[in-house]
Design a binder for this molecule. Sequence first.
Ligand code: NOJ
Length: 580
Amino acid sequence: MSGTSLSVGLPGVPAVPAAPRTGLSEDPQWFRTAVFYEALLRSFADSDSDGVGDFAGLTSRLDYLAWLGVDAIWVPPFYPSPMRDGGYDISDYTGIDPRYGTVEDFEGMVREAHARGIRVVIDMVLNHTSDAHPWFQASRSDPSGPYGDFYVWSDSDEAYAGTRVIFVDTESSNWTWDEQRGQFFWHRFFSHQPDLNYDNPAVVEAVTDVVRFWARTGVDGFRLDAIPYLVEREGTSSENLPGTHAVVARLAAVLAEEFPGTITIAEANQMPSEVVAYFGTPEAPECTMCFHFPVMPRIFRSLREGSADSIRQVLAETPDIPAHGQWGTFLRNHDELTLEMVTEDERALMYGWYAPEERMRANVGIRRRLAPLLGDSRDELMLAHALLLSLPGSPCLYYGDEIGMGEDIWLEDRDAVRTPMQWDRSRHMGFSSAPQDAALTLPLISAPGWAERNVADALADPGSLLHALRGLLTVRRQHPALGRGSFLMRASSSAAVLAHTRQDLSPDGEVLLCLANVSEEACEAVIGLEDLAGARTGVVLGGPEGSGEDAAVGEDGRLGVTLVPRGYRWLSLSLPVKES
Ligand code: NOJ
């Protein structure tokens, strides 16, 4: 366990300068301007040479994350688990899997993160447990006992027939027969992950206590896994039902009352018109943030189509959200690049562009990493991030994507994108000093060109993707309008050029015009800025190519811009002070 020093590091890794930030900001709205980073604990950094990443390892890398400009880490499940679903199969809600360390290690990580101004969001899997969880063991062996009704049991496998199967690669039904109890149990994911029964008030009480338990450790928030599926009803899709919202609202009320300021992030892979309900209302708030799933595949689509129309459309279909809420955006995470929220035609296009080989696909999606998806093109990677950092919502990065880490489609399921972080060129790429290759939680990337990538080399090269992305994050930090500003899509004469403004509504708040040319051709476009006629422009990011710099929006409210292929630019717009 590290002490309170701000310059901890693993041996053999160049020290990363400590971040100037110390301690947490007082801003209760911190999540609006925050950049999140998903640190897959298991694969991030191994401190005790057992081949599995752990809390002490993560702690040792916090300086790196602070340097990068990360404001909050999201730590996927670390609870005791048979690990048949990457830890999303929990067998003890209030423990820490010994592979990841001790309670002291966890608390030390939270403390050290906070010392660097980094918040900690942990995963909370409420929809289901592992079948190894004592609640399930008791439920199956003693139907009339206190846990008999903790899960969803049925004599038939025909109930809730309108409910889709999510893991189509492995499951053919949401019901599985349990020999011991002599009944079927309900599960939305793997058949070893029985769903909890949220019609039982004792279940709601039990999971509320779990949330309280972890909130007491001082974490800053919870990602609520698979939240749309808590309650099931005959004749419905069993998704987003009123009973589910009632549970989320109750949890939100408990947190607001007992742990004010603790945020929740909904993982609801649904269209925005449905997700918006997970923010609740001002009177009955639910989540602080909700991931915006459907905008993600449209960013990828736009790059291959050379048109930003699909992004424009999905944002036009995105309803306003209550003032307490904020979207969460991402390009990749530990799951497949989900294609659940696209049309069949779009799915076929996406598979054709991004997953030509069968092994690149999983369930309804693509199990690939960001850099290989984008052909390792620096221009596309930068453009995708410039979009991510300027569209409404707080962005979440996925570990390793900042150094353009590769994938291994020969690994099973989503392990293709969960390989050990590549820190340096030492043994096991600095991830672990385990004596045996076989001891590693997953094999390292071995493909030439990808195997060598690592943080230390990227740090040493001022021209690296890592430095370029850090630069983007730095600019974003300097312009809070990108996090908390209002959002307005602007008319663009070119389908390839996405133009939107972000306006900080506080007094003297700035207005930024964000431009992105998603095509491979240079583009000229006329942007409609009628309410900003006569405003002067200044380059905040991008350039110096093309026009726009030191130009002014015409008196007719039109601004002509030129963007290089895959070019992006953020411009500040300031209206001349009116003479009185
Ligand atoms: C969503 C998680 O992101 C995913 O990794 C997991 O497999 C499912 N929930 C089921 O727990």
